[in-house]
Design a protein around this ligand. Structure first.
Ligand code: MN
Length: 180
């Protein structure tokens, strides 16, 4: 298993350098502090999934840009883990397809309200097991195994598990504008 914080450090630094952006400009665009960005680039800190999304959206790039491992055959092993949420990369973003795909395992009582992603982002969720609720246009919609949901994610949205067992779903995130 590759170390996600090492990939994040390498990829964030490379991306920011390519853009020619200062830490100040990057902080303003992402809403993540300059101090935190510096720590991430030096590999001194592991970002939360929420922070990583802020950076991806602010730089107008895919989420998987940061967790990509440059070594061949490592893609399927990319994983981010927080206390109540595990994210496994099934397919990282590719320019040709414009999407990335993840498997998420969400523990009971997890709830996350997500700010809008970059313009044109569409999420496609397919429930594999358990139950979650997804906030779309102000309504929490319940999903059980086999259910699917497609929604415009360039608006505020959210995810929660109010059941008493873990839930697993796949999400395909389609970008119409991200370049990397
Ligand atoms: Mn989202």
């Amino acid at each position: 298993m590759s170390d996600p914080s090492k990939n994040i450090a390498t990829n964030l630094k490379a991306l920011r350098t390519n853009l020619g952006w200062s830490l100040d400009k990057t902080a303003a665009a992402t809403g993540v502090s300059k101090a935190m960005l510096g720590k991430l680039e030096r590999g001194e800190s592991s970002p939360t999934i929420s922070t990583l999304w802020k950076i991806a959206d602010g730089l107008n790039v895919s989420f998987s840009t940061f967790i990509k491992d440059q070594t061949p055959a490592a893609e399927s092993e990319l994983q981010l883990t927080e206390q109540d949420l595990q994210v496994d990369t099934l397919f990282p973003f590719e320019q040709e397809t414009g999407f990335e795909m993840y498997r998420l395992c969400m523990q009971p009582n997890y709830e996350r309200l997500a700010p809008p992603h970059q313009p044109g982002v569409i999420e496609h969720l397919v429930m594999m097991s358990g139950e979650i609720e997804v906030l779309v246009d102000g309504d929490w919609q319940q999903l059980s195994a086999g259910d699917k949901l497609r929604f415009a994610a360039d608006k505020p949205h959210g995810y929660r598990n109010q059941s008493d067992s873990a839930a697993v779903y796949h999400v395909m995130i389609h970008y119409t504008q991200a370049k990397v």
